[in-house]
Design a protein around this ligand. Structure first.
Ligand SMILES: [Zn+2]
Ligand SMILES: [Zn+2]
Length: 326
C-alpha cells in the first residue's frame, strides 16, 4: 500500500521484491500495526517523507533471506522492525548515547519503506528478535505503541505511584498492563463522551477512568499524554502534584494554549519523548517476554489499509489496528 503524495489515499500496487543489502535482511511480513504517526505522515503533518512511500513501522515478520554481511539474524528468525531504522553512530547525539536524536537517522515507514507490504528489507542491527508468543498480529503494537509508551514511562521517577494517562489507545493499553504489574495506580483520561474507552481502561486494571475535562480523585505524581491535543498539557499540569512531570509521547500535537506559571511552579516539568533507542527496545522486549501482555487488536487485510487509517482517525479503535498479510 503506497503513499504517492500526502493527503491522498494509499494505493494498492505490485512492486518488485526488494533485495537485501549487505547488512540487511529480507523480511516476510506477518503483520504491521497502524500507528497515529502514519496518519500524521499521510495527512502531511510530518513533512518530507520519502515518496513514493510504503508506510508502517510496527512490523512483525520472519527473516526470509540475509544479506552477505548479516551476523546476528538467521533465516526463519521471528523479528520486529520499529520506527528507528538506522542511526549514523558518529554524530554528537549518537556519541553520547542519544541515538534517538541522531541527525542522520532513518525512520521506518517515513524516510525508508515500511511494513504496509508483504515483504520489506531492514538493517539487522535495528531489528528486535521477538518471543514466539508475539510472532503474530497481536505482537505488532508492541513495536511502537508499546516501545514509545515504555520510553515515556521510563522518564517518570521510579517512586511515582499515581500515573495519569491522557488518550487511551494503543500505547496506553499496553503501558497500563506493564505499570500495574509494577504496582502503579493508573488514572485513565479519554475523550469526554467515550465511555467504551473508559470501560476498557477499568477492565485493564485502571484505578479510575474519566473524561479528560474531569479532575482525577487523587493528585497525580506524573502524567503521560498520548493524545495529540496540546490543551491537555496545562490540564495535566493542573492534575499533577509538586515535583511531578508531564511526558508527551506523541510526535505531533496541536498548539499549546498559554497557561499561568503557577501550574508549572513547584518543580513541575514538561518534556517530550522522541523516537527510541535500541537500548529502550532491548529493555522493553526483555520485560514483555516475561509478562503476559495481551493486546487488543482489530485486524484488517493489507488491501484495507485506508479503512484502518480512517477508523483510527475517527477514534473507532480501542486498542490497536493491525494489517495482516496472507
Ligand atoms: Zn547519529
Ligand atoms: Zn508509531
Amino acid at each position: 500500500m503506497v503513499l504517492e503524495e500526502p493527503k491522498r489515499p494509499l494505493v494498492l500496487k505490485t512492486i518488485p521484491l526488494p533485495a537485501p543489502q549487505a547488512k540487511e535482511v529480507l523480511i516476510k511480513i506477518i503483520a504491521c500495526g497502524v500507528c497515529r504517526t502514519d496518519l500524521h505522515i499521510i495527512d502531511g503533518e510530518l513533512i518530507y517523507p520519502k515518496l513514493p512511500l510504503i508506510p508502517g513501522h510496527e512490523i512483525v515478520g520472519i527473516v526470509a533471506k540475509t544479506g552477505t554481511n548479516v551476523l546476528r539474524l538467521l533465516e526463519g528468525d521471528v523479528v520486529g522492525v520499529p520506527w528507528l531504522g538506522y542511526t549514523c553512530g558518529k554524530c554528537k547525539y549518537c556519541m553520547r548515547g542519544q541515538e534517538n536524536l541522531c541527525i542522520n537517522a532513518g525512520f521506518t515507514g517515513y524516510t525508508v519503506d515500511g511494513g504496509y507490504a508483504e515483504y520489506t528489507v531492514a538493517n539487522e542491527q535495528y531489528c528486535f528478535p521477538l518471543a514466539a508468543k508475539y510472532g503474530n498480529a497481536s505482537g505488532a503494537p508492541l513495536l511502537c505503541a508499546g516501545l514509545i509508551g515504555y520510553r515515556s514511562y521510563s522518564m517518570i521517577h521510579a517512586n511515582a505511584t499515581n500515573i495519569g494517562i491522557y488518550g487511551f489507545g494503543a500505547a496506553a493499553h499496553i503501558l497500563t498492563q506493564v505499570a500495574i504489574f509494577q504496582e502503579k495506580k493508573i488514572f485513565a483520561f479519554t475523550r469526554d463522551d467515550d465511555q467504551e474507552a473508559q470501560r476498557f481502561a477499568v477492565q485493564l486494571g485502571a484505578t479510575w477512568a474519566g473524561g479528560s475535562s474531569q479532575s482525577p480523585p487523587e493528585k497525580l505524581d506524573a502524567a503521560i499524554i498520548f493524545a495529540p491535543v496540546g490543551s491537555l498539557i496545562p490540564k495535566a499540569l493542573a492534575d499533577i502534584d509538586k515535583g511531578g512531570i508531564v511526558v508527551c509521547g506523541g510526535i505531533h500535537m496541536s498548539d499549546i494554549p498559554t497557561f499561568p506559571y503557577t501550574i508549572l511552579w513547584d518543580e513541575r516539568a514538561i518534556r517530550s519523548v522522541a523516537n527510541l533507542t535500541r537500548k529502550d527496545g532491548d529493555a522493553f522486549f526483555k520485560l514483555v517476554s516475561e509478562l503476559p501482555i495481551t493486546t487488543e487488536i482489530k485486524t484488517y487485510p493489507l488491501s484495507e489499509a485506508n479503512e484502518a487509517l480512517s477508523d483510527l482517525r475517527n477514534g473507532k479503535i480501542h486498542g490497536a489496528a493491525v494489517l495482516v498479510m496472507d
